[in-house]
Ligand binder design. Structure first.
Ligand SMILES: Cc1cc2nc3c(=O)[nH]c(=O)nc-3n(C[C@H](O)[C@H](O)[C@H](O)COP(=O)(O)OP(=O)(O)OC[C@H]3O[C@@H](n4cnc5c(N)ncnc54)[C@H](O)[C@@H]3O)c2cc1C
Ligand code: FES
Ligand code: FES
Length: 588
């Protein structure tokens, strides 16, 4: 069974085609036609709605400090909303019972009216949701700051009126929404106005609608106290005793809560579709009309959604212990620190960590997909998808990341190699074995859309060495549109300088969009080794590019353009590096 709130109302469902998307459920089952369908592929944002992952009742009884997020309801499975509160545009306005004259529009809605942000209106609910999401999260943050500020003696109302949303905040928040008739100026103006509407209402003491839910007394809270419905798996007779969360006829969808449950399920259903954020897979339903038979959804496995920092001399600093221990097990040889991300981390979850440890990597996220997609899409999905134009693999290759694979089967014993380790997970009901394999990411991609993953395998985590002081990372993405566009090509260059900073000790260059797989370009790298830190060295490396790759011409770019632009970008990275080292020298 899945349970969730929709516009404040509790829902429980167990019999439904697991391939049902949120949008299909909203429009066809619940007749919430305020959410629109445009492209059906995550590109236009017309179907954008807001959600909030509800808290575990054990730790909190209110959702008032959990951020809201937006997503494209057209490509999201309804099952991903298990344990969430979903909000559509009509829920944002406060109803006339509360405000007798007429419904009080949400500040984002009122601002769209005031600024003439809508013409045909088809895109409007999506824009309203993106703006309301920004407004509500900003307000939540302000209230937190005000609480902290007032406990430090600063007046709360002063803190609340400060720190207004900027033009850039508004543009970023609507970068996944398209409008074909109004034009963006009035919509951006609405975004800049909504904060003032909220402030005026605060000043007038107009009671605003609280979108958060109190869980203390309702059904979902009491349900979360009950025993987990996933009891045990009996793999001996291949009949799973684990309950599917959704089923209809022969189709089933499982939502394991732990990696142990995932291992057990994969041992029974090795060919099941592994579903992470579904930002790639959702299109298989809406564009290719695939009806997935058995789906295993990863979203509830906290262990896959955590990160950890491994120091060679101490234990992990943050995140899941088990992830750090797994990093530890293969790292005793190398006195290197590394960051481990669980494969189920979304872009949005990774962002603050990347900002701290790999700022150049974090900066790319403004160019990767849209806020709606970044809230759902995961690291594991981007790698497993093995698209030659995926944004993350070339960067991870340049960072010399390692990938942690897990191969599950009732009797799995056939993976060898230095880093392979077999484990038996036994309990009185079942005996499921799995094999862990940690390999350099450069060995993972075999051919177009072919990887080391096989039936019953999944990506558990990614280990990334931390940047050292002599290392520099540069990333450039080329796409037709600045935001929300797949790359024509992507260049990630990591250079390690010698102790005196005058020569290149080590170079790793990851490319996307230049071959059937994301790859490291060995001849270009070799051309840089031991070379002085000057532009001529990078020009030499750029000349070697045709020895490494022979790109194709497609709708995004011609072969000649791809070669030319990547050569120019390699030289640009050299210029950036020289400038960066000069600045460092001047400031030291
Ligand atoms: C509008 C739009 C814009 C996009 N823009 C970009 C972009 O700019 N750059 C970019 O790189 N991508 C982009 N994408 C593609 C997509 O968002 C990313 O590839 C995303 O990271 C996929 O992650 P997911 O969790 O949604 O994967 P899913 O769709 O859930 O899964 C994708 C594949 O990975 C497999 N999988 C997922 N997790 C695991 C795991 N842990 N172990 C084994 N297999 C697994 C699934 O079985 C499936 O085969 C875009 C997609 C859309 C719809
Ligand atoms: S309908 Fe276009 S993004 Fe969903
Ligand atoms: S108002 Fe018509 S598409 Fe935006």
């Amino acid at each position: 069974m899945i349970s969730f709130y929709l516009n404040g109302k509790y829902h429980e469902i167990s019999h439904l085609n697991p391939n049902t998307t949120v949008l299909e459920y909203l429009r066809l089952h619940e007749h919430h036609t305020d959410t629109k369908e445009g492209c059906g592929s995550g590109d236009c944002g017309a179907c954008t709605i807001m959600a909030q992952r509800l808290p575990n009742h054990a730790t909190s009884d209110s959702s008032d400090s959990i951020p809201f997020y937006t997503f494209n309801s057209c490509i999201a499975l309804l099952s991903l909303m298990d344990g969430h509160h979903l909000m559509t545009a009509s829920y944002l306005a406060d109803n006339p019972a509360h405000h007798p004259e007429r419904a009080l529009l949400h500040p984002a809605q009122q601002a769209m009216v005031d600024c003439h942000g809508s013409q045909c209106g088809f895109c409007t609910p999506g824009f309203v949701m993106s703006l309301a999401n920004l407004y509500e999260n900003h307000r939540m943050q302000q209230q937190k700051n005000a609480k902290q500020g007032s406990s430090n003696g600063q007046p709360a109302n002063e803190l609340l009126s400060n720190d207004e949303l900027s033009y850039d905040d508004i543009v970023a928040s609507i970068s996944g929404n398209l409008c074909r008739c109004t034009g963006y100026r009035p919509i951006i103006e609405a975004g800049l106005t909504m904060g003032k509407i909220g402030q005026q209402r605060d000043a007038d003491k107009t009671v605003a609608k609280d979108l958060t839910i109190s869980l203390a007394t309702d059904a979902m809270a009491s349900d979360s106290k009950s025993q987990p419905k996933t009891a045990s798996l009996d793999t001996s007779n291949k009949a799973s005793t684990i309950e599917p969360a959704l089923s209809e006829e022969s189709r089933q969808l499982f939502i394991p809560k732990t990696v142990d449950e995932l291992n057990q399920l994969l041992a029974v259903y090795p060919s099941a579709t592994i579903w992470a954020g579904g930002t790639d897979l959702g299109l298989s339903i809406t564009q290719h009309l695939v009806d997935h038979e058995v789906i295993i959804q990863l979203s509830a496995i906290d262990e896959l959604r955590t990160w950890s920092l491994f120091h060679s001399k101490s234990s992990s600093k943050a995140g899941s212990k088990s992830l750090s221990e797994l990093g530890n097990s293969t790292d005793n040889k190398a006195a290197v620190q590394e960051l481990t991300f669980g494969a189920g981390m979304t872009y949005q979850q990774m962002l603050p960590i990347l900002e701290q440890y790999y700022p150049a990597f974090a900066a790319l996220f403004a160019r990767t997909a849209s806020p709606q997609i970044r809230n759902m899409g995961t690291l594991g999905g981007n790698i497993a998808n093995a698209s030659p134009i995926g944004d993350l693999p070339p960067i991870l290759l340049a960072l010399e990341a390692r990938i942690h694979l897990r191969h599950c089967s009732p009797n799995n014993r056939d993976v060898g190699g230095e880093d392979a380790s077999a484990k038996d997970e036994s309990n009185e009901h079942n005996k499921t074995s799995y094999v862990d394999e940690i390999i350099p990411l450069s060995e993972f991609f075999l051919d177009y859309k072919k990887t080391k993953l096989r039936v019953g395998s999944y990506i558990f985590a990614i280990h990334m060495p931390l940047m050292q002081d002599n290392q520099h990372l540069f990333i450039h993405k080329i796409s037709k549109r600045y935001e929300d566009d797949i790359s024509a090509c992507l260049v990630a260059v990591r250079i390690d300088l010698s102790a005196d900073g005058m020569a290149i000790d080590h170079a790793k260059i990851g490319l996307g969009g230049m071959a059937a797989i994301p790859l490291l370009v060995k001849n270009c790298q070799q051309a840089l080794l031991g070379q002085p830190l000057e532009i001529a060295s990078f020009k030499k490396a750029a000349k070697a590019l045709p020895m490494d790759v022979s790109p194709l011409t497609d709708v995004r770019a011609s072969r000649e353009y791809r070669l030319h632009v990547v050569q120019r970008l390699l030289i640009k990275c050299g210029k950036q590096l020289i400038k960066e080292t000069q600045t460092e020298r001047e400031s030291s």
